[in-house]
Design a protein around this ligand. Structure first.
Ligand code: ADP
Ligand code: MG
Length: 243
């Protein structure tokens, strides 16, 4: 579903060029929840921005559902969705207005919108906040609204950039459960970034560990643990980052 081939992206920091991404290679299969794990500044958001076509790689290519993202951005964007844990909307818009905006952004036929709103509101338990302004929503309500928004175009691919960043533990648990539900119910292919080892350990089948723009390990969690003889990913990766 997603093929990332030798992707390199350089930025300048105080006049000096550095690699935010350095020859990144990996693929994600249909229906899997793949975790991109790495410390702050590792390059996770940069890669997500390349996948959505917001940034263009200096080298390498990205294909999603068989299409080159740089060349066929609109075709790809129609069939996927991306949200970040720190997504914000205008504070005066109500939940209903925010969803309405995305319905029209994705050209969802008018006759389908009501039914879709009802089913998303049911799934994410946001029926009671449809007329509330974004400013007055709790963190948990905001997260559920953001997840509902992410399904508005029935995406085949979902990119979630640190979806539980800064959430209270109970809300983070709920959010993880909802993401798993989405994957099970619709078979959505999910790329999730996180710097919480536990989170990816709980949710993902395969992971890639990114550090300073490089993928330093990739594979099934259970294989990585077996190979490294570690009980948790945390033990292993703390060691890798020190090197
Ligand atoms: N537009 C930009 N210009 C310059 N440097 C950037 C830009 N975007 C990100 N960076 C830098 O690139 C590195 C990777 O950032 P990012 O992809 O946001 O990391 P992560 O999401 O893993 O925390 C960081 O050092 C960050 O400061
Ligand atoms: Mg980030």
């Amino acid at each position: 579903m997603i093929e990332i081939n030798s992707v390199t992206k350089k930025f300048k920091s105080s006049g000096k060029e550095f690699h935010a991404l350095d020859s990144v290679n990996f693929g994600i299969k249909r229906g899997e929840i793949f975790g991109l794990l790495g410390p702050n500044g590792a390059g996770k958001t940069t890669l997500i921005n390349i996948l959505t076509g917001l940034l263009v790689p200096d080298e390498g290519t990205v294909r999603i559902m068989g299409k080159d993202v740089t060349r066929h951005r609109n075709d790809v964007l129609e069939r996927m969705n991306a949200v970040s844990g720190d997504s914000k909307f205008h504070w005066l818009l109500t939940s209903k207005e925010i969803l309405r905006f995305y319905f029209s952004a994705y050209n969802i036929p008018k006759e389908k919108r009501e039914e879709k709103t009802r089913s998303l509101a049911g799934m994410f338990e946001i029926e009671g906040i449809m007329n509330k302004k974004f400013a007055w929503l709790s963190t948990g309500e905001r997260m559920r609204l953001i997840l509902a928004k992410s399904l508005i175009n029935d995406p085949e691919v979902l990119l979630l950039d640190e979806p539980t960043l800064g959430l209270d533990p109970d809300i983070a648990i709920k959010t993880r459960k909802l993401i798993l539900d989405v994957n099970r119910r619709y078979g959505t292919t999910i790329l999730l970034t996180s710097h919480y080892m536990k989170e990816v350990e709980e949710m993902c089948g395969r992971i890639a560990f990114i550090h300073r723009g490089r993928i330093i390990d990739i594979g099934k969690i259970k294989d990585i643990k077996r190979r490294t003889k570690k009980k948790t990913l945390e033990e292993y990766f703390v060691e890798m980052v020190k090197k």
